[in-house]
Design a protein around this ligand. Structure first.
Ligand code: SAH
Length: 263
């Protein structure tokens, strides 16, 4: 069934199949997946590499069944908390964290992240470090004023969210509200790292179509400023011609914002 217009987040609980979504992350098999991974890994590396952001706690919002977004961060944060809206995503993530049978093989992606750090051979070590660093997988809803309630956590040094808000928020107002909600998880002067797509109004997971909020640079900048952030860095790219024939999503570009809670 195609999901065209629904705006309720429960479409994720009902229809989002993590094992099908993970096909995007089998390197070399999905042009769109490869493009997103290459861009996001490169810029998360540059945000978190030595001398970049670091601290005690990083919270990843809307992790889905994915870990690629944490591969650089796990080198410079003592603890990571992964979160997602759906139970199936929690289970899929736990499978990888606990090395359970049938877990997704992230090793090609981990090798790529290690190559960016200068030593592809360290991939197994990095996998172990990430497994040690991710302390919990929690339920999260970015539409709630306290997205992680009932969990009570210390304020984070960094909140990361990758390819999530444009999927979870289908109106500009909901997007702005979600940024305000994420801000409450951060300590004063803590950082928000936001990776995502511009211009997309859908993405496919197998034969299921998920609606997206087509973000524009100006809208994200304005929303961050209005939500109490100072923008420190913005990396963008426009979609490569080679991926345009791929009908999995109609995004026009990709971004990584780094913003600081400004109080
Ligand atoms: N960050 C992952 C997953 C992105 S897919 C990655 O980069 O691969 C979008 C994710 O947003 C899904 O895992 C979905 O469950 C999650 N999501 C949807 N609605 C949400 C909500 N209201 N709050 C938090 N996460 C939500």
């Amino acid at each position: 069934m195609a999901l065209q217009e629904s705006t309720t987040p429960d479409i994720y609980q009902t229809y989002f199949e993590p094992t099908v979504y993970l096909n995007y992350f089998k390197m070399g098999q999905s042009p769109v997946g490869d493009e997103c991974l290459n861009f996001l890994l490169k810029h998360y590396h540059s945000v978190f590499k030595s001398g970049g952001l670091k601290g005690k706690l990083l919270i990843d919002i809307g992790s889905g069944p994915s870990i690629y977004q944490l591969l650089s961060a796990c080198e410079c944060f003592e603890e990571i908390i992964a979160t997602d809206y759906t139970d199936k995503n929690h289970l899929e993530l736990e499978k990888w964290l606990k090395k359970m049978p049938g877990a997704f093989d992230w090793s090609p992606v981990v090798k790529h992240a290690c190559e960016l750090e200068g030593d592809r051979d360290k991939w197994a070590e990095k996998e172990e470090r990430l497994r040690r660093t991710v302390r919990q997988v929690l339920k999260c809803d970015v539409h709630k004023e306290q997205p992680l309630e009932p969990a009570v956590l210390p304020l984070a040094d960094c909140v990361l969210s990758s390819l999530c808000l444009e999927a979870a928020c289908l109106t500009e107002e909901a997007f702005r509200a979600a940024l305000r909600h994420l801000r409450t998880l951060l300590r004063p002067r803590g950082h928000l790292v936001l990776g995502g797509t511009f211009g997309s109004n859908f993405f496919m997971v197998g034969d299921k179509k998920f609606p997206c909020l087509p973000l524009k640079e100006k809208l994200v900048c304005e929303a961050l400023l209005a939500s109490g952030f100072t923008i420190e860095k913005l990396e963008t790219t426009t979609r490569m011609a080679e991926t345009l024939s791929d009908k999995d999503s109609n995004y026009t570009g990709l971004f990584v914002f780094v913003a600081q809670r400004n109080d």
